[in-house]
Design a protein around this ligand. Structure first.
Ligand code: SF4
Ligand code: SF4
Ligand code: SF4
Length: 284
């Protein structure tokens, strides 16, 4: 191991390296010498966005203050079982609005919202939940826009961050493709562009109002922050029509529809024991 690499490992000290295949990640960092990389290393060294558990707990306390907006979503699993095509429509709507590329090889796949088995989605609930109808069907999943997001803490460049409305967003221009965030996300909600995403798009159907991404960056669901800013609902929610299979709203507003739905229904979150505090809830 050369000196440069040893120094980087000392600075970073990030456990996520193990999950990613450390040599590949380290090579990616040390082979270049851009100011962005230098800043990333410096921010990690100074605890810029990693920080100790105590600091994390402090941040968490702050985040629990119920003021302002915290966008959230409720997904009614039974309604998607009644109409299996509706889930596909949601994926189609999201991926076409956001120019999400389509690649045939699983390893190249980019997904913002997707269907997965119940037991895979709810690893902490599947053993005691008794409704076989639900257990044998797929569930629609997406980024949970966690209130305490480990992906944000893992990112050395602030390319992924939590905005003032609780949306965990991406700045593609700051992303250096280290994939620490992917290792940190316990939900597999992030995809890496191994290929040029434009090669997986039908350029005739491109949404010119939304940017395409570039090879080497991570992407994921952005809770349709662009549509919200124009007073619209997320594209996947729109795709469910008036079925109320998906309800989107402000979790901090006690008078919002989403709070009413949460009050009236039994809901679960994915992997609650991890303390990530997902903003996506599921009616089962
Ligand atoms: S689901 Fe994953 S990517 Fe989304 S906020 Fe939570 S940890 Fe981050
Ligand atoms: S890959 Fe993830 S952790 Fe690395 S810079 Fe990009 S957003 Fe941040
Ligand atoms: S909220 Fe928006 S970005 Fe997220 S899955 Fe739904 S349509 Fe896609």
């Amino acid at each position: 191991m050369d000196k440069k690499r040893r120094e980087f490992l000392k600075i970073a000290g990030i456990s996520t390296l193990a999950g990613l295949g450390a040599p590949a990640v380290v090579d990616r960092f040390v082979s270049g010498s851009s100011p962005l990389m230098a800043r990333a290393a410096m921010e990690v060294e100074t605890g810029g966005h990693g920080g100790s558990e105590k600091e994390a707990a402090g941040r968490h306390e702050k985040e629990e203050v119920k003021s302002g907006t915290r966008w959230g979503m409720v997904i009614d699993i039974k309604k998607f079982i009644d109409d299996p095509a509706m889930g596909d429509e949601c994926v189609k709507a999201c991926h076409s609005v956001h120019n999400v590329p389509s690649f045939s090889r699983k390893k190249d796949e980019i997904k913002w919202i997707w269907k997965t088995g119940y037991a895979n989605a709810f690893t902490e609930h599947s053993h005691y939940y008794k409704n076989e109808e639900i257990e044998k069907n797929d569930v629609l999943v997406l980024c949970n826009h966690c209130d305490s997001p480990p992906c944000v803490r893992a990112c050395p460049t602030k390319a992924t961050f939590r905005n003032k409305d609780g949306i965990v967003a991406m700045d593609y221009h700051r992303c250096i493709g280290c994939r620490f965030c992917m290792a940190a996300c316990p939900y597999g909600a992030r995809s890496f562009n191994w290929l040029d995403p434009r090669e997986g798009l039908d350029m005739n159907k491109l949404n010119r109002e939304f940017p395409t991404r570039m090879r080497g960056v991570v992407e994921k669901c952005n809770f349709c922050v662009d549509l919200l800013s124009r007073g619209k609902q997320p594209a996947c929610v729109e795709a469910t029509g008036n079925t109320k299979a998906m309800v989107f709203g402000n979790l901090n507003d006690p008078n919002s529809e989403i709070r009413q739905v949460l009050k009236e229904n039994y809901t679960i979150q994915r992997k609650p024991s991890l303390g990530t505090l997902p903003s996506v809830f599921f009616i089962i």
